[in-house]
Design a protein around this ligand. Structure first.
Ligand code: MN
Length: 211
């Protein structure tokens, strides 16, 4: 889907993640922050070579931009994609990694608790605004952190889960206590079904390339 981009619907009700994330935080985060990235992106790409590109293509085409106008496009496109990915990384439902993701987590981290500790550390260590990610590269899992609007997807890396660590994601609920927000999100509302499906997607892409 090319421009004009629309704010994608949330996968659950705005109060569904309470008490981990309040409806108030969700409402500001989605209707103000996420919506503004969408609106700004639409204005910025109008009449440019990016107007006919899909969101992922724009992010990848502008990921290393030095030009200030293209960097602005990247910042907004990256934030649109990252937020949509973040909402789908969260769920009030009780989910668990499927068999394939489970064994990959055991192999690459030693278990889910160790993975969660790594994600918490990445989110805490990200100085200023940014994101913590679980990614897979040819089936091998790792944890990354990115500043501002940056995303592993810009370089073609397969993302499984993300957590937003911009202050707007937690300040109303946790004030400055980012580690408390991370502990609650990582321990209670991660969408392991989404992560499992994303790992499966990479498998299919690798198989298709080999055929
Ligand atoms: Mn955000």
């Amino acid at each position: 889907m090319a421009a004009p981009f629309k704010l994608a619907p949330l996968p659950w009700d705005e109060d569904a993640l309470e008490p981990v994330i309040s409806a108030k935080t969700l409402s500001f985060h989605y209707h103000k922050h996420h919506q503004t990235y969408v609106d700004t992106l639409n204005k910025l790409v109008e009449g440019t070579k990016f107007a006919d590109m899909k969101l992922e293509q724009i992010v990848q085409a502008t990921g290393d931009a030095k030009d200030a106008a293209e960097k602005k496009i990247f910042n907004n496109a990256g934030q649109v994609w990252n937020h949509d990915f973040y909402w789908r990384s969260l769920t009030p439902a009780k989910t668990q990694p499927d068999a394939k993701l489970s064994s990959a987590i055991a192999r690459d981290f030693g278990g889910v608790d160790a993975l969660i500790a790594k994600l918490a550390e990445a989110g805490k260590d990200q100085f200023g605004s940014g994101w913590a990610w679980l990614v897979s590269k040819n089936g091998t899992l790792s944890v990354e952190k990115t500043p501002n609007a940056e995303t592993p997807m810009a370089k073609g890396t397969n993302c499984l889960l993300t957590v937003d660590v911009w202050e707007h994601a937690y300040y109303l609920d946790y004030q400055n206590a980012r580690p408390k927000y991370l502990e609650a999100v990582l321990g209670r509302i991660l969408n392991w079904d989404f992560a499992s499906a994303n790992l499966g997607k990479e498998d299919r892409a690798v198989r298709a390339a080999a055929e």
